[in-house]
Design a protein around this ligand. Structure first.
Ligand code: FDA
Length: 308
């Protein structure tokens, strides 16, 4: 299967852009802010909250990082103006993390302050393992400076995550817990799916023990069932957690969570660089190409069978 996934990724650049656009339109709201607003409005109408991500690639200059921060301020403005139920998700590399940590901090401060002025919340996405220390460091700095409308992401597939939870809980952080999308060296990352799940559940337990708010970000049936069991055993209400999913991924599973009374937030990426972003993510993690290919073929076959 891994070979097939990698073959799909190699073939992708040869697939005509309009075809990639049709396939990716399920997972990406569109190229501009208006597309994101319409997507979030639709999700809100179905009882789902959102977090909006501005897609960007290859940030090389200070001016580009400042433009990114301004783009997020526009998103926050649109969320308030359109009265949407949505926060934002930011990648620190887009704000300059790999150029200059101080520049990144300034951009992040600007975005977090703008969000606070609107009564909104900023989630700092977690990127590849070269950024983990700096991301957690900046998160701690913000919180110690009294900025509370900000949360972070931890990746259960990293061996360090259980320790990161322990090191963070004094801040009572709002954490999005996910498996982690980046493929890292086995020395620092669990590869066995069951080890990743065990780390996920261990981290979830530790975060809930410490009274942290957790965004349980997964589409994995086993983790969803286990998490629901843990939440029920602890008698936790929806002020203590929410489920989170990616736009277009297993939406029927998300519908079921909402119908059961859970809060659900959908990650909504948009941006002019949707094509570059899609290719890069697929190259980083070819198994996603397999998921998308299987899903696309399944939906085509489903339609042929008359079950849309
Ligand atoms: P798993 O990979 O086992 O997927 C379960 C099933 O879901 C698959 O069998 C497939 O059917 C479907 N599926 C999952 N991903 C799919 C996809 N992309 N396309 C189509 N089908 C898919 N990672 C990270 O490193 N940093 C981050 O900040 C975030 N942020 C984030 C936010 C939110 C809201 C979510 C849901 C996820 C992330 N992730 C992330 C990604 C996360 O780490 C992980 O890669 C994916 O969620 C897939 O892992 P699952 O737990 O869903 O399990």
């Amino acid at each position: 299967m891994a070979l097939l996934d990698r073959a799909i990724v190699h073939l992708l650049p040869a697939v005509p852009r309009p075809v990639v656009r049709i396939i990716s339109s399920r997972y990406i709201a569109g190229s501009d802010l208006h597309d994101a607003v319409e997507t979030v409005r639709r999700l809100n109408a179905h009882g789902k909250k959102a977090t909006i991500d501005v897609l960007g690639e290859e940030i090389a200059t200070e001016e580009e990082t400042r433009a990114f921060a301004r783009a997020y301020e526009n998103v926050l403005d649109a969320i308030a103006r359109e009265q949407l139920q949505s926060g934002i998700s930011v990648k620190l590399t887009a704000l300059g993390l790999q150029l200059d940590e101080q520049l990144c901090r300034e951009n992040l401060d600007a975005v977090v302050d703008a969000a606070a002025a609107y009564g909104n919340f900023v989630r700092i996405d977690m990127e590849d393992a070269t950024t983990t220390d700096a991301t957690l460091r900046l998160y701690r700095e913000l919180r110690e400076a009294g900025r509370d409308n900000v949360g972070v992401v931890l990746q259960a597939s990293l061996r360090r995550t259980v320790d990161d939870v322990a090191a963070l809980v004094d801040l009572k952080p709002s954490v999005r817990l996910c498996k982690g999308i980046y493929v890292e060296s086995p020395a620092i990352q669990y590869r066995d799916p069951n080890e990743v799940r065990a780390s996920f559940m261990h981290s979830l337990d530790a975060l809930l023990d410490a009274g942290c708010f957790v965004g349980i970000a997964t589409h994995d049936d086993r983790l969803l069932d286990e998490s629901k069991r843990v939440l029920a055993e602890r008698g936790l209400g929806t002020d203590a957690y929410e489920f989170q999913m990616l736009l277009g991924v297993r939406p029927h599973v998300g519908d079921a969570l909402v119908a059961e009374g859970h809060k659900l937030r959908i990650y909504v990426p948009f941006g002019a660089q949707w094509y570059e972003y899609s290719l890069r993510r697929l190259q980083e993690n070819p198994s996603i190409a397999g998921y998308i290919a299987a899903d696309t073929v399944g939906r085509i076959l489903g339609r042929k069978n008359g079950s849309a």
